[in-house]
Design a protein around this ligand. Structure first.
Ligand code: NAD
Length: 411
């Protein structure tokens, strides 16, 4: 599909090149009037959709990068939109609220890109609308809560490429050189034939602060929106919303999707929300490789996000908040990663900027993110049903998850 004439990605690219001194490097094809563009004009202007904890935090990292400027904000709640807008100097006229506020933001020609940091339920909707409006998209994981949502994001990624737009999905592990080298070695056969592996996400009650909020009025859609992290439909449940970090690394190592899964899990904590707090799933991958997945979002004193792959000649051992190593005849010692939570995002923001500037619309983060999100959903489906579910059955069933509270929200 051709890019809409009014929304030229080339304009963004020219602005970028002007800002990064491309003319000085000898690029003669730039329009002279753009080479000397003012600094503010040269930045990629973005709209922040979802102005909660991560939205405000990440917008600051975009600002610190130097090549971006917050041009507009949108949040369902006025207090959130105002707090973020005021923080980043966005005028009140460009602080949008309500369920459809993001659509009014997307109409702004000066917005080149959007950063989507809303609850996962809305990611496919927000990303599809942004691509349709000709914007570059930076999207938080997980991409969706259900199969139709994953397929929508897959299609949006393809459409972005066809329209010459960048679409980046923010997984921090995939942006870190130590993880990249560990994966390269496993895929090159350095640990021999892969036999099995573990993907594990252990933590305490991440969204515990949302339980008292939901408790006040559990049927109220606005309350559910504020407490989305303990709401199964809005979050996708723990396995898809949070544990996906570990599952994503496993599917990356194996460069494959599972054929089938079976599992179990449950809710033991005293929360009013319907999300489970622990899962256990066995995934069957091609070549008879088994991945055992475990997670807990409850209890104290043991936290880890790990993926370990065992081969006939060695082991790859990765920890999001620890070390990344490959033990084999030619070992790789990635050592301690420092702060991957921030560093991975900083790398992703830099890649997003570079891709826009270079006109690289290959959008390589989309297919693996769709695959790992569907893998999480496969495990969830099997665990809820307490039976084996195949990938084929999951795709064919294509079960949509609907948020019943939508009608009770402001437009
Ligand atoms: N390591 C990571 O990659 C990582 C870490 C934390 C969060 N996340 C992801 O970031 C996203 C946001 O998480 P958070 O911690 O900032 O949550 P949050 O609740 O602090 O913020 C979400 C914001 O979205 C707003 N919102 C809800 N529905 C909306 C809608 N339809 N339109 C506009 N705004 C809407 C809420 O009012 C809220 O301000 C989630 O998808 C989460 O999974 C990723």
């Amino acid at each position: 599909m051709a890019a809409p004439a009014s929304l030229g990605g080339a304009v963004n690219r020219r602005r970028f090149l002007a800002a990064t001194g491309a003319a000085a490097l000898g690029f003669t094809w730039l329009q002279p009037e753009l080479v000397g563009a003012a600094e503010s004009d040269a930045k990629v202007k973005f709209g922040l959709i979802g102005c909660g904890g991560r939205g405000k935090w990440i917008a600051e990292l975009f600002q610190k990068h130097g090549g971006f400027q917050v041009a507009a904000v949108a949040d369902y709640f006025e207090d959130r939109a105002k707090a973020a807008g005021d923080k980043f100097g966005v005028p009140a006229a460009r602080q949008f609220t309500g369920l459809n506020g993001y659509q009014r933001m997307l109409e702004l020609k000066e917005v080149d890109a959007v950063v989507i940091e809303t609850p996962p339920y809305f990611h496919p909707i927000h990303a599809a609308a942004a691509v349709a409006a000709g914007k570059h998209v930076y999207l938080a994981k997980p991409i969706a809560v259900d199969v139709p949502g994953c397929l929508t994001v897959e299609a949006s990624g393809r459409q972005a490429t066809a329209q010459k737009r960048c679409f980046l999905i923010d997984f921090q592990t995939r942006a870190h050189p130590a993880y990249q080298e560990a994966v390269r070695k496993v895929q090159a056969g350095d640990i021999g034939r892969v036999v099995n592996g573990e993907a594990t996400y252990l933590c305490d009650s991440t969204w515990g602060g949302m339980d008292p909020i939901l408790r006040q009025d559990p049927a109220n859609p606005e309350v559910r929106l504020r407490a989305w992290g303990v709401d199964r439909i809005l979050s996708g449940d723990v396995i898809s919303e949070q544990n996906i970090h570990a599952i994503d690394v496993a599917t990356w190592f194996l460069n494959a999707a599972p054929l089938k899964a079976y599992g179990a899990g449950g809710k033991t904590r005293d929360f009013v929300g319907d999300c489970w707090d622990h899962f256990a799933v066995i995934y069957h991958f091609p070549k008879e490789i088994l991945i055992s997945f475990t997670s807990k979002q409850v209890g104290k004193f043991w936290d880890d996000i790990l993926c370990r792959i065992y081969g006939t000649e060695g082991t790859a051992d990765t920890h999001y908040f620890g070390e990344v190593n490959v033990l084999c005849d030619d070992p790789f010692k990635g050592g301690r990663l420092g702060n991957l939570y921030t560093d991975g995002v900083v790398n992703n923001i830099a890649t997003f900027h570079k891709s826009i500037g270079a006109g690289d619309y290959s959008n390589p983060t989309v297919p693996p993110s769709v695959r790992s999100n569907l893998t999480a959903i496969l495990g969830r489906t099997a665990a809820y049903a307490k039976r084996e579910v195949t990938w084929e059955e999951m795709i064919k069933t294509n079960e949509p998850w609907e948020f019943s509270g939508l009608k009770g929200l402001k437009g």
